[in-house]
Design a protein around this ligand. Structure first.
Ligand code: CUO
Length: 672
């Protein structure tokens, strides 16, 4: 019998494969014209899921599509084995939208305890056309046709030049926005933290805020690296969006393309007839915005029975933090939001309205734009402007929280004596450049070739490095601590050193880990490849076919793999930096683990990596502090003084240290 892993790979392969009704023993019926009133067929099972046509956009930002996903996920969840799941998949493949099918199948494999040991291959190989432009797909088709039997087909896609010219400043960061890894991460994260699928995960709303805030910090670091200003929030919806986006990608194998947005397109009232959504006005978004802002400034949300729930981050479990409640209300998850009728569906509907702005009434029969899909949204410059607006809501709330006290920030028995990063014998000098990664496009698309067709994607990369942290524990006993590492650019757009408030939102988490300090001096060495935000989830079909049988219960590292796969790509851990070298600051803070830890139930498995962005499956988020601590709130004066020489600065916290580092972009190949 086929292994379970093999069955999973078979189900995911070539989602657009033709499976005609005749092959399945069903008569082929073509329906032409308008159905006569009263002749409607009886309701079918999976009616919602069926309502999304094959080959069209499936968007989890659209409420109806979320309901359809719920229906299909529930149906698949009932399967008691992989074999039964496969039967169900094959039964519905004929009439279910391909993207919806893969979403539901992936969701079930992550969620069902007995299937969690199975691995999902990279979404790049399942849907190559969501990651490489249609011209590259055609090139692959042509090469497949004319290749000789002994010829390997490899098509190289130069990411840095993909959709851009140098006429538009925004194109300077196209290589970052269109990177396969960050888009894969975003798809996977929303699969693990879905909306309206009755998935109630610890601090889900807060993680929605934090993960997206961290994306923005990283995007802004990248923009500063290429000489662009930090991204501006999209808060005035009555003026046109200056930057357009032309995806050049296809939605399906039938030639359907994503909608394109011209420069200076206005967000307009939504009146499309193809998603079952009621007409929806930009002023509805404004109304939801106002209600949420009122809640922030009044300090409470109001539920449907008019009860008030206070918004504060100074809570004790099980009371939820204000940021968590706000995250649920803004994203919005109607199963989690305290009052989704009143506070609405702001973030999701923003994606929808923007992705329909080129054809808001469907008059041109153009598809939605890439902002409607989690696997493609991060390609579009407007994604960051929209999320900066969403983040600004959260920041307005955060700035109302009292600054952390010295007690909350300090750990006087511990002194961080020095911090450095080391890479290839160089101290505090990090190097970035380009690498390539091969994906087998013929796993997702049928090129009619009897051999693999490979697409070689170019991406940013860096040489691995090691954090070297010297710490003195003045206690006579060993002490368990959390080490928190962040990085931010030192200078702003004008080349001026930033103060704390200006730099606050640019701090990107690089790592967070626990460590047991022995009494006296300690030397901590931590590899960049073990970062708590990253993972290596881009396994190919070939990788998975080669690995030892994962059905074997003695393969423990497979456990939770798919869940942890929602981390940030390792190759994007560092920003590009500049060719002449760019100044960054490293921030290391050591805190008391006894105050950071959360009480987990026995037997909790943690992600070996990526816990900062993914949390832990079926367990509590593994850090009791608010996410983003200590940069999530306004500073206290001691932190403002952190640059003063230690010898003369008695107020400086001993458990915090800073180090200037340089990131140099080589524009050369990085081999590891
Ligand atoms: Cu991840 Cu708007 O939430 O895209």
């Amino acid at each position: 019998m086929e292994s379970e892993q093999k069955q999973v790979l078979d189900m995911l392969q070539r989602p657009f494969r033709q499976q005609t009704q005749r092959e399945e023993g069903h008569p082929i019926v073509f329906e032409v014209g308008t159905r006569v009133a009263g002749s409607e067929p009886p309701p079918q099972p999976l009616a919602l899921a069926r309502s999304i046509p094959k080959g069209t956009v499936f968007s989890i930002f659209v409420k109806n599509h979320r309901l359809a996903a719920k229906e299909l996920c529930d149906y698949f969840m009932e399967a008691s084995s992989v074999t039964e799941l496969k039967e169900r998949v094959e039964e519905v493949r004929r009439f279910i939208n391909e993207k919806l099918l893969i979403f539901a199948l992936s969701f079930v494999i992550i969620r069902k305890p007995e299937m969690r040991h199975l691995r999902l291959p990279s979404i790049v190989e399942i849907f190559p056309s969501m990651f490489v432009p249609v011209t590259t797909v055609s090139k692959m088709e042509q090469e497949a046709k004319k290749s000789t039997p002994d010829q390997e087909i490899v098509i190289t896609e130069y990411g840095p030049e993909f959709s851009s010219t140098h006429l538009k400043p925004e194109h300077r960061v196209a290589y970052w926005r269109e990177d396969f890894g960050i888009n894969t991460h975003h798809w996977h994260w929303h699969l693990v933290y879905p909306v309206d699928l009755s998935v109630s995960r610890d601090r889900k709303g807060e993680l929605f805020y934090y993960m997206h805030q961290q994306i923005l910090a990283r995007y802004d670091m990248e923009r500063l690296s290429v000489g662009l200003n930090r991204v501006e929030k999209l808060s005035n919806w009555r003026i046109p969006i200056p930057d357009g986006y032309f995806p050049k990608l296809t939605i399906s194998n039938s030639g359907q393309t994503w909608g394109s947005r011209q420069d200076n397109t206005l967000m307009q009232d939504y009146k499309r007839d193809d998603f079952g959504l009621l007409p929806f006005d930009v002023s509805d978004l404004e109304q939801w915005h106002n209600r949420i802002m009122d809640a922030i400034h009044l300090g409470c949300l109001v539920d449907r029975d008019n009860n008030q729930t206070r918004l504060t981050d100074n809570t004790k479990p099980p009371e939820k933090r204000g940021i968590d409640l706000l995250g649920d209300a803004v994203e919005a998850d109607s199963t989690m939001s305290l009052n989704s009728l009143f506070y609405g569906d702001l973030h999701n509907m923003g994606h929808v309205v923007i992705s329909a702005s080129h054809d808001p009434d469907n008059a041109h029969r153009e598809n939605l734009g890439v902002m409607s899909d989690t696997a493609t949204a991060m390609r579009d410059p407007v994604f960051y402007r929209w999320h900066k607006y969403i983040d600004n809501i959260f920041q307005q709330y955060k700035l109302k929280q009292p600054p952390y006290t010295a007690e909350e920030l300090s750990l006087s028995s511990v002194e961080v004596v020095s911090v450095a990063v080391e890479s290839r014998g160089q101290k505090n000098q990090l190097i970035t450049g380009w690498s390539t990664r091969d994906f087998e496009a013929s796993r997702g698309l049928d090129f009619n070739a009897d051999k693999p067709v490979i697409v070689r994607l170019t991406h940013l990369n860096h040489h691995p490095f090691v954090y070297s942290i010297k710490v003195v524990n003045s206690d006579s006993l060993p002490k368990e601590v959390t080490v928190r590492i962040f990085m931010a650019p030192k200078l702003n757009e004008r080349g001026v050193k930033m103060n704390f408030m200006e730099q606050r939102l640019l701090w990107a988490e690089m790592d967070r880990f626990t460590h047991k300090l022995k009494p006296g001096p300690n030397h901590i060495l931590q590899s960049s490849t073990s970062s708590s935000i990253t993972n290596s989830n881009d396994f190919t079909f070939r990788d998975l076919e080669k690995q030892p049988n994962p059905d074997d219960p003695g393969a423990p590292e497979n456990f939770l793999f798919n869940f942890c796969g929602c981390g940030w790509p390792q190759h994007m851990l560092l920003p590009r930096g500049k060719q002449e070298g760019m100044a960054f600051e490293l921030f290391v803070m050591v805190t008391d683990w006894s105050q950071d830890k959360v009480a987990q139930t026995e037997g909790t498995h943690s992600c070996s990596a990526a816990a900062s962005f993914c949390g832990i499956l079926d367990a509590l988020y593994p850090d009791a502090r608010p996410m983003g601590f200590p940069f999530d709130r306004c500073p206290m004066p001691t932190l403002l003084n952190r640059h003063v020489e230690k010898t003369s600065d008695l107020t400086r916290l001993s458990n915090i240290a800073m180090q200037d580092i340089t990131i140099t972009f080589t524009n050369a190949q990085i081999t590891q």
